[in-house]
Design a protein around this ligand. Sequence first.
Ligand code: TUI
Length: 319
Amino acid sequence: MLLREDNRVCKLLGTKYPLIQGGMAWVANAELASAVSNGGGLGVIAAANTPPDILEQEIIKAKSMIEPGRPFGLNIMLMSPTADAALEVAAKQRVPVVTTGAGSPGKVLERLKPLGTIVIPVVASVTQARRVEKQGADAVVAEGMEAGGHIGELTTMVLTPQISQAVKIPVICAGGVADGRGVVAAFALGAEGVQVGTRFICCEECTVHMNYKNAVIAAKDRSTAITGQTLGHPVRCLRNKLTAEFERLESERAPASEIEALGTGKLRAAVVDGDTDWGSLMAGQSAAMVSEILPAKTIIENMFAHAEKVLGRVGEVKA
Ligand code: TUI
């Protein structure tokens, strides 16, 4: 059995499955978060750069869509200029779980732990994992560079076991997890849960433009590229005219301001307008393993049912 009664992630979150949905900017809204939470995982709304009043409305909407007793979360992107405002919204709305990304979550832990909020930072290195444990994090997401969006340098395969060994708090594995095989692999590496992003772009309840979903479904093994590496914040997305232009500017050592400017507004163009040529189609390498649009609940149930079958093939995994 992969899923045990005593799974620490399920106990911490109060979910049926030890699964967190990635806090994908522009993608993770009330519709997606409520579908994942109602499906037995932890749905997460992305604060990203959302103005605080609109973010608060989104949280209120999610609360109205989520079945009583089911938890949900808010992801705060720490590089965002609206991160402090999002933190206050999380406190005011008593959001049960907060995940953080792209920075050091000290301030978030200080503000929210006294309120009883569960805080789960996303990290990309062992040093960061150790630090957030000391600062009082309840669990940690170890995110490998197979993931979509803003990424670190290490792969899921090497990051997860090292973080699992370095900390006592539960580790949730992210980056490349899209099906039951990924869940079993995550547990074999020492994780007690998974964070899944890309797979949920292609769920029925996700409101992104159909062109974005179709691009994920069409993706093959080498369909993603990393842009922005020369700027110090690498971002993984599906290859298109935009990533080719990034590559050209970066190889020509264009001024950082010019490269930065190229990215402005491009995630919105992909998500809202369905611009697959010039939009930023953020997605992880697991896009190649996504082949159909299903309800979020079915995705989650299939993932864990398949995990049990896979585990039957590899034998009982011990930490
Ligand atoms: O945050 C993410 N993924 C993201 S954020 C995002 S929004 C965006 N939009 C446009 C351009 C750039 C970003 C899209 N995808 N994942 C979690 C994550 N966190 N990955 C890596 C890190 C990280 C990096 C540094 C965590 C901590 C950290 O610490 C720095 C420090 O000071 O300790």
